[in-house]
Design a protein around this ligand. Structure first.
Ligand code: NDP
Length: 295
């Protein structure tokens, strides 16, 4: 029996999508503006197909325009870049997302750098990373935004909070640390060379794990009462010929010590698409000079 409060990312994401839907309705009625998201999918990767289908479905449910551009696994880099450039030029498209991973013949960095930064709703473009790092308004990667929204919902004002982020990837660890700095947390970023990781983690009032190692963060790494946000999605052998999803945190032991904790699945995962829709609305407002509604 866990003692920590469960942070229900699924419910939070659902209510966020409702608020986004209301914002979209207002933009349509007051400004004649329908935010639109275009997704480019290259190849047949089954997991990517599921993600893209879910993104399209949730975009339409929020009242927005949704386009899917499917390209064969054999598409050349030039063909993908040409598709991205066409979307950059299309005024009805406010957000562009190229589903990763891309086939080997295509340089993902080149593709991301070709997306108009003001339509880069994944927040991966170097211009948006730079804007985030220098505290300027930017489109920020969706999963990090989701983590911070959940942490704020649980802890309220994060000012002065001792935060530890385990992982320093460009898509999760670094941007989540930058967002926490903007919230005036005291931020420590850990990685594979960090000395005495458990000891550093035990300092955290807010512990964010984005490592990609199943159940690595144990209960005795967690400060009693801390808020634990588990970004990890790892599929492991369940022992009965089946597999199951676990996070980067050993939920059973951590939930006995933490004050609040996200489950996997149902924690951070559902926030990612909701934040993608939020970014698309914000991008649509910014390009039209409209102040973005509260969502
Ligand atoms: P990466 O593999 O890009 O980065 C992992 C980070 O963890 C690196 O900085 C690495 O350090 C660090 N690390 C690895 N092993 C250790 C260790 N033993 N001790 C300390 N640090 C370590 O992963 P991502 O950031 O892309 O993803 C992290 C997790 O989040 C994955 O499980 C992924 O599936 C999940 N994820 C979930 C999303 C969602 O919910 N929608 C979206 C994106 C990711 P170093 O830099 O030194 O190598």
């Amino acid at each position: 029996m866990s003692e920590a409060t469960l942070i229900d990312g699924k419910a939070f994401a659902q209510s966020l999508r409702q608020r986004i839907g209301a914002a979209v309705a207002t933009l349509k009625s007051d400004h004649g503006l329908t935010p639109g998201l275009a997704v480019v999918l290259v190849g047949e990767d089954p997991a990517s197909q599921v993600y893209v289908r879910n993104k399209g479905k949730q975009t339409l449910e929020a009242g927005m325009n949704s386009w899917e551009h499917r390209m064969p696994a054999t598409a050349s880099e030039d063909e993908v870049l040409a598709q991205v450039r066409a979307l950059n030029e299309d005024p009805a498209v406010h957000g562009i997302l190229v589903q990763l991973p891309l086939p080997d013949q295509i340089d993902a960095n080149k593709v991301i750098d070709t997306i108009d930064p003001d339509k880069d709703v994944d927040g991966f473009h170097v211009i948006n990373s730079g804007r985030l790092a220098t505290g300027q308004p930017s489109l920020v990667a969706c999963t990090p935004v989701g983590c911070v929204l959940l942490a704020k919902d649980m802890l309220g004002d994060l000012s002065g909070v001792e935060a530890v982020v385990v992982g320093r990837s460009n898509i999760v660890g670094k941007p989540v640390a930058q967002l926490l700095l903007q919230e005036n947390c005291t931020v420590t970023i850990c990685h594979s060379r960090t000395k005495d990781l458990p000891e550093v983690c035990r300092r955290a009032d807010l512990l964010i794990a984005a490592v990609g190692r199943p159940e690595m963060v144990k209960g005795d790494w967690v400060k009693p009462g801390a808020c634990v946000i588990d970004v990890g999605i790892n599929r492991i052998d369940a022992g009965d010929g089946k597999t199951r999803l676990v996070g980067d945190v050993d939920f059973a032991s951590a939930a006995k010590v933490a004050g609040s904790i996200t489950p996997v699945p149902g924690g951070v995962g559902p926030m990612t698409i909701a934040c993608l829709l939020r970014n698309t609305v914000q991008a649509a407002c910014a390009v039209n000079g409209i102040s973005s509604p509260e969502m």
